[in-house]
Design a protein around this ligand. Sequence first.
Ligand code: MG
Length: 450
Amino acid sequence: MTEPSIRLQVGGKTDVGRLREVNQDSILLGPHLHAIADGMGGHRGGEVASAVAVEAVSRILEGTRHLTLDDLLRAVREANKAVFRQGMQDESLSGMGTTLVGLAVVEDASGPLIAIINVGDSRAYRFSHGELRQITDDHSLVGQLVRDGAITPEEAEVHPQRNIVTRALGMDEDIPVDDFEILPHSGDRYLLCSDGLTNEVPESEIASVLRRVGDPDDAADELVRLANESGGRDNVTVVVVDVIDDAGLARKASALVPDAEDFSHHPDTDTESYAEATGATSESARRRDAGQGPDGTEGVATEKLSWRERRAERRRNKPRAITLRSVLFVLVVAAVIGGGLFLVDAYATDTYHVTVDGDQVMIMKGRPGGFLWYEPSPVLATGIDADDVPDALIDNLEEGVTQSSLERALRYVQNLEDRIEAITPPVTTTAPRGTTTTTRPRSTTSTTRN
Ligand code: MG
């Protein structure tokens, strides 16, 4: 069996930058997965976390012959567990975490696809037809605020809390992993990078390098050089992946896009034929056989009957086509269903709540306890120990205190911290507005970068 295969050309570079002493980023240019990881936490933790993640994921994928998206996601989840366990076992590594963004070719029923996986605020971009587009969502506090429309991307760039990562490997025993599957196109270029690049170099300049420099290794070198030239305040890691040959898959896929003609020959989509096949038609046929009119009266308006018959006959003989009415009907039904789902989705997810999860206070997105099939998802571990919460508040918090926006949830947490500090001598050090870093060994979560 000869399968279509796509060919990639990959280049990458990681650099300590100009201010840091240690490079906490890791890079993987493996046989399956090309990835970067940006570690954080402790003076040694970040370095270890990113290295453990990258090693674990490449070890798990080793020997895989036909990689699927499921294999890839499983490997990332296992790598997360590896980072989490090590952080739990070694006191000096407690609280460590790492981002991971990766690209692999996966096998799908329809052929090979480009898969991107992401946890954290490192990024994947696609550079296609001269245009640079971010594929991944930043799992950061400001990323969430931008998605909620609370701040603009420009405000995010200078936001005082822009370093707070809301999702990272090692943060919890299980973490959600974002994935994207993209049809390969020859000539497309993918960029994976840590925030050491995007915090220093504007996207327009990144795009210009990707446009100008042909070789992926040279492009990665040039991007790292620019980051350092602009200050190099953080470690910087860049991977550039070129799709050299898409094995004709892009062309094949566009040929498969169905046109109106294809649909018109498909009986399942013709709503009128569906109506005809239902009771209405068989009932009218029964009445006709019994010599009745459509209203059931005897002695019939035969003219009416034959008119109906003629119309039915005309329809039977006419090749079925999409009529305006059937299109409108489908559109209206789709709009009603879509509108309903939109409202349900908005109700279930356009809200936040503060609650107790395990032994600490968390900010969650969604309704307390979930709604229909929507489960709340963790946004930020506040670092506040549930045991420190005043008795008067703990019941409410355990049920979940709903807040209409992330900003309000953060304000609630800030007030909670103030109350706790007023009652007890301070055992925690408060980070700027809203989150707390603590010295407790299990604070695996407030992944504020130093
Ligand atoms: Mg970084």
